[in-house]
Design a binder for this molecule. Structure first.
Ligand code: PEP
Length: 251
């Protein structure tokens, strides 16, 4: 399986900064590995990012999107429009969506089903809080998040997973290789109980303070198929250094 680096810009950058970023990324990304790069710009500047990426192997996606094509869903993004614009992916269930915008697992199940049906690839984010980890509830929490959101998932359509321990997102606190591999293995097994072919082909990304200097030790873990990167993805040099370090660690 390829090793993917996905950059989540969150609510950062304006149109001008995004244009500078994408031009720099197009100029500096290694051609052979460009198809393993994904970027997630804010929806308001996605149109411009999509135009600049046209014809390149780099993919882009939305940070959030609804599960219906259109309708009375004020403020939401339509997966149909994203698809028309050239998006391939959308994140769903990022911990900031769960915590700040109170998105429950049941809503994520609805979104995931609709997003797959319409043809975007959902990247479902799951992860435990620090309290969950301290009370030894990591397995229970991430498996519950996975199973509930996948209630109506289609095994024939692509789905990616991102394991993002909440305590490691934007904190500089990175999960240890042992903690990451353990969680990814739990998720892989939970997927296999649902469908073994899906478990084998589903990329499971790790996210949580990935930086150029910790990329190598996390990239060569057996069940880690890529990174979801927040802060460090805002700088093209750092983003590409993560990819380069990950690729060389994997040989
Ligand atoms: C994220 O936003 O998904 C993330 C992992 O952020 P950071 O890399 O900044 O921890």
């Amino acid at each position: 399986m390829n090793f993917y680096c996905a950059g989540n810009w969150k609510m950062n950058m304006n149109a001008e900064a995004a244009a500078t970023y994408v031009c720099q990324l197009l100029a500096q990304a290694p051609k052979a590995e460009a198809q393993q790069l994904l970027i997630f710009p804010p929806a308001l500047i996605a149109w411009q990012v999509a135009e600049l990426l046209k014809g390149s192997a780099i993919s882009w996606g939305a940070q959030n999107c609804f599960g219906a094509e259109q309708g009375a869903f004020t403020g939401e993004n339509s997966p149909r429009v994203l698809l028309d614009m050239g998006a391939r992916f959308t994140l769903i269930g990022h911990s900031e969506r769960r915590q700040i915008f109170a998105e429950p697992d049941t809503l994520l199940a609805q979104k995931l089903e609709g997003i797959q049906r319409i043809g975007l690839t959902p990247i479902l984010c799951v992860g435990e809080t620090l309290d969950d980890r301290r009370w030894n509830r990591t397995r229970e929490v991430i498996v519950r998040q996975l199973r509930t959101a996948m209630k109506n998932a289609d095994p024939k359509k692509p789905l990616w997973i991102a394991y993002e321990p909440v305590w490691a997102i934007g904190t500089g606190e990175v999960a240890s290789p042992l903690q990451v591999e353990e969680a990814h293995e739990i998720l892989r097994k939970a997927l296999a109980e649902w469908n073994s072919a899906v478990a084998e082909r589903t990329p499971i990304l790790y996210g949580g303070s990935v930086k150029p200097d910790n990329a190598a030790s996390l990239a060569n873990l057996r069940n880690v198929n890529g990174f979801l990167i927040g802060g460090a993805s805002l700088n093209v040099t750092e983003f590409l250094a993560i990819q380069a370090n990950a690729q060389s660690a994997r040989g």
